[in-house]
Ligand binder design. Structure first.
Ligand code: LLP
Length: 417
């Protein structure tokens, strides 16, 4: 992860020492490398440069305005799943005609807002959703360009909580019912059938499931065209994984070549919706050791960051590298790395080798740029960790830490008290 290099045993983000940022921001905080995000995006663009492709960044992975604006500037579109994400994308400068809207339970209000803006495509996940979109579009005198999200019933070979393309999952229209669904769509007012969409899961480390899914999609597109539908867009979803520990991830070029090999002959515009692979390894969570506690059986490194800041280890047993920001010694020790929250699940790692640390030392939890800050909560009335973005030798606080007053005054005591 070369955007976080060590220089003289001190960890940097691009050209700034993390300890310098920590002095001004106080831990815990998220820290992103702008250049890492840009490079990753440009890798996608380069990989797909011989295809008519649009990268629609999956906003859910990290929806900070600074991240979105960085990508907007490079020409990114957005894959959004809520009114809030649409608003964030637009505010950051992503044009509506580059927005695709996914999600299994879009409400009337959300659909109406997206129609008014004129987004590129609704990725429709069910027949009732289709009917609602038709109704809303007709009442607004608009036409909704749609693709059905097809559930191809393939196994993504990833964690079950982030696997979405099996028949038992709640996502999409089963491929067996697809032709019927398109027939219905073509008959409804306010609907323009435009494409086909598939997303089988996240953190895929192997291309085989993509290949299988895209083969099904290619066959479906042929069938749909034979049925008389004008299919000009294929949204191939997101899901390319990142290296957290030692996962070997196919390159973006290899992935793009696979897309081309499976779908190129159909001459469709290709949408890709990467999230994690754009921002995951561009961010870290910086924390401080509060105490080193000698338990009866284990040594605990107790951090000032907790599961409320980064829930992935608790929620998915996810592995994140945990390393000392300043290596003041060469001694590695085995610790359970835990947070301050009153739950046993508030554990970042068990029996992990980390440089011998003491209270006050800075610790970095790596690969936290995706599904980190966006999944954080205020549990235990802990403040959402601020976010910092670095570019070269500059840094900016891109979300500040709230004050306790701000947090408490969100509650309203009813007047009978
Ligand atoms: N498109 C759709 C329709 C999605 O549902 C997702 C992710 C993406 C694109 C982006 O997938 P990516 O390129 O990031 O793999 N919170 C979990 C991950 C949940 C992913 C949900 N959908 C985690 O922390 O691992």
């Amino acid at each position: 992860v070369s955007y976080f290099p060590y220089k003289n045993n001190k960890m940097f983000v691009e050209d700034i020492a993390i300890s310098d940022i920590a002095q001004q921001v106080q831990t815990p905080f998220y820290c992103y490398s702008s250049t890492a995000i840009e490079t990753s995006f440009q890798d996608y663009q380069l990989a797909f440069s011989n295809q008519d492709a649009l990268v629609c960044y999956a906003v859910k992975a990290n929806s900070n305005q600074a991240v979105l604006a960085t990508l907007a500037k490079l020409g990114s579109g957005a894959d959004v799943v809520s009114m809030g994400e649409i608003r964030r994308a637009i505010t950051a400068g992503i044009p509506a005609n580059k927005i695709v809207y996914s999600g299994v339970a879009k409400t009337q209000e959300e659909i109406s807002y997206a129609l008014t803006l004129g987004i590129f495509q609704f990725n429709v996940e069910s027949e009732p959703e289709l009917e609602l979109i038709s109704k809303v579009a007709t009442s607004l005198n608009k036409t909704a360009a749609i693709a059905f999200r097809i559930n191809p019933n393939v196994c993504a070979q990833t964690h079950e909580k982030i696997s979405t393309g099996k028949a038992e999952n709640k996502f999409g229209v089963p491929i067996s019912k697809a032709r019927l669904a398109y027939k219905q769509a073509a008959s409804l007012p306010g609907i323009k059938v435009q494409g086909v969409d598939v997303h089988i899961g996240s953190q895929l480390t192997n291309l085989a499931p993509f290949k299988e899914a895209y083969q099904h999609i290619a066959e479906l597109v042929v069938d749909l065209r034979a049925d008389g539908h004008d299919i000009s867009v294929i949204d191939v979803g997101g899901g390319l994984g990142i290296t957290y520990l030692d996962e070997v991830i196919p390159s973006k070029q290899t992935y793009a070549d696979l897309v081309h090999a499976q779908l190129g002959h159909l001459n469709c515009k290709i949408i890709i919706e990467p999230g994690r692979s754009l921002v995951g390894n561009a961010g870290i969570l910086v924390s401080s050791v509060v105490f080193v506690k000698n338990g009866e059986e284990r040594q605990f490194l107790m951090l000032d960051a907790g599961m409320n800041d980064l829930v992935r280890p608790s929620m998915y047993d996810a592995y994140h590298e945990i390393i000392a920001v300043n290596k003041s010694n060469d001694t590695l020790k085995t610790y359970d790395v835990v947070g301050p929250v009153c739950e046993t699940g508030d554990t970042f790692a068990k029996a992990r080798q980390v440089h011998e640390s003491e209270a006050g030392d800075l610790i970095a939890i790596l690969s936290s740029g995706a599904y980190g800050a966006v999944m954080s909560s205020g549990y235990n009335t802990r403040m959402l960790a601020p976010e910092v973005m670095v570019k070269g030798n500059e840094f900016a606080i891109v979300r500040k830490r709230p004050s306790y007053e701000e947090i408490i005054k969100q509650d309203i005591t009813p007047n009978w008290l």
